[in-house]
Design a protein around this ligand. Structure first.
Ligand SMILES: [Zn+2]
Length: 470
């Protein structure tokens, strides 16, 4: 069309770059694809977007609808609106608004909006696009009387603080390469900005018409955006996100459990608010492996770290973070290498298998005392296990009786309530069944423990023996 040739010259007259003022990033990068003028070849884009469920914004010239050859008929635009695409205004007849008197300027803006609503059955039209990309302060103010935003052809990225009546956009014409388009997507991803592209005619074969682009290039761009998992918005949706309150920074209120071994591998739950998908966790300066993130709960696995207390930091993808000082303590499983006054040996027996009664004579020969860790439910109940009277014999010989839970469960797999029942219940059962004044020692079934289990054991017992070979 004739009016397209004027664009390049008009663009040269615009000397300022509002982009320099804008720098507040969005919570995530966004992309919008827009179509100017309303040429009917743009209908080819419908199938491309439908494949991904993306929505674009179309700025048709309202007089052209169902009137000018090679431009949209009303039913085509109705199809696009029904698919969820946005329709905005591009004036009545593509006039250069900077050249109009106030009355004509008002008519182009006001009547084109009403015409679109009437012709397409739309409840509202909130978006506008400057013909030839031409505007000035008077035009911008007039547009603001009828529209929520306006898109320019100025090639810059939009941020939260970009003037919504001076939205930048990048041109896609017959010499634009896919790499040029995808590199702009990459920039938007890197600086969390909103990149807008504008297309004119779509072609199925290469064209010498400058204001045209291959539909295959559009399809490749859309596919790249999908691969990069970018948020795709209409211009109206993007503008709404500019005024949305910034995401609150995360708060970290609880880390549980609060300790684990220096080897790492402890599963910890972080409780708080404002956690975002993609949040990272650092413990004592080392990255933890994040298992899952909800807005209030992060599950992570501790990294290896030297013994001692460490800070836990949650960092959201928008770079906001929360730190809890000394929230986790790495506790060495081998507490010290400080020697005893002399070497010592202990002999212990697990489970309470009745064959262990054979040890009684061996130990009696030397007057040595061993420790027997019994499953309290088994006494006089399970075949092949000690009877109560056998254990009373051992206790009378001054051997120590310790607990090995009620029924030999893997404590790391239990709820807090069941864990507590296994520990307190087995201790009081041994004391009751055997008439012991106290039971102070514990042995972990299967040798399985974690810091939560260890803390629970410490509520009822003085010591706990593992199967760790040290
Ligand atoms: Zn145009």
């Amino acid at each position: 069309m004739e009016f397209r040739r004027v664009v390049a010259l008009a663009a040269l007259s615009i000397a300022f770059t509002p982009a320099a003022r804008a720098a507040q990033p969005f919570s995530e990068a966004m992309v919008s694809i827009t179509f100017d003028d309303g040429e009917s070849s743009q209908y080819l884009s419908r199938a491309v977007f439908a494949q991904y469920g993306y929505h674009a914004t179309y700025f048709p010239v309202s007089d052209a609808i169902s009137s000018w050859g090679a431009f949209f008929v009303a039913n085509q635009l109705k199809d696009l609106a029904a698919d969820g695409h946005e329709i905005g205004s591009h004036t009545l007849d593509h006039a250069d608004l900077t050249l109009l008197n106030d009355a004509d300027l008002d008519r182009q803006l006001r009547v084109s909006r009403l015409d679109l609503m009437a012709k397409l059955g739309l409840p509202d039209v909130k978006g506008f696009c400057y013909p030839y990309g031409n505007f000035n302060a008077r035009v911008e103010q007039a547009v603001a009387q009828y529209y929520r935003y306006a898109r320019t052809t100025e090639p810059y990225y939009n941020f939260r603080d970009t003037d919504p009546y001076l939205l930048g956009s990048f041109d896609c014409n017959n010499s634009t390469t896919l790499a040029q388009l995808t590199s702009k997507v990459d920039v938007a991803l890197a600086n969390k900005s909103w990149v807008v592209f504008h297309f004119h005619a779509l072609t199925t074969a290469p064209s010498t018409e400058r204001y045209s682009c291959m539909v295959s290039t559009l399809a490749s761009l859309v596919d790249y955006v999908a691969q990069k998992n970018l948020k795709v918005v209409t211009i109206g949706e993007g503008v709404a996100l500019m005024t949305e309150a910034p995401a609150a920074p995360p708060q970290l209120t609880l880390v549980s459990p609060t300790s684990g071994p220096p080897a790492g591998g402890t599963t910890v739950t972080l409780t708080g608010t404002g956690f975002q998908s993609g949040a990272t966790v650092v413990m004592g300066g080392v990255a933890a492996s994040v298992t899952s993130v909800t807005s209030t709960r992060i599950v992570a696995v501790t990294p290896a770290h030297a013994a001692g207390p460490v800070a836990v930091t949650v960092t959201n993808p928008d770079a906001t973070s929360a730190t809890a000082a000394n929230a986790f303590t790495y506790v060495a499983l081998v507490p010290s290498s400080e020697p005893f006054a002399e070497g010592m040996v202990s002999i212990t027996f697990d489970d309470g298998d009745k064959t262990q009664y054979l040890s009684r004579a061996v130990l009696a020969q030397y007057g040595y005392h061993a420790t027997y860790f019994l499953i309290s439910d088994s006494l006089s109940s399970w075949s092949d296990f000690f009877t109560i009277s056998q254990v009373l014999d051992l206790a009378a010989d001054r051997h120590e009786i310790g607990s090995h839970t009620l029924d030999h469960v893997d404590l790391t797999q239990l709820s807090d309530a069941d864990l507590d029942r296994e520990l307190s219940g087995s201790r009081s059962a041994l004391m009751a069944k055997l008439g012991l004044p106290d039971v102070q020692s514990f042995s972990y079934p299967y040798g399985n423990f974690d810091s939560r289990v260890e803390q629970a054991v410490a509520r009822y017992y003085r010591v706990a023996r593992t199967n760790e070979p040290w």
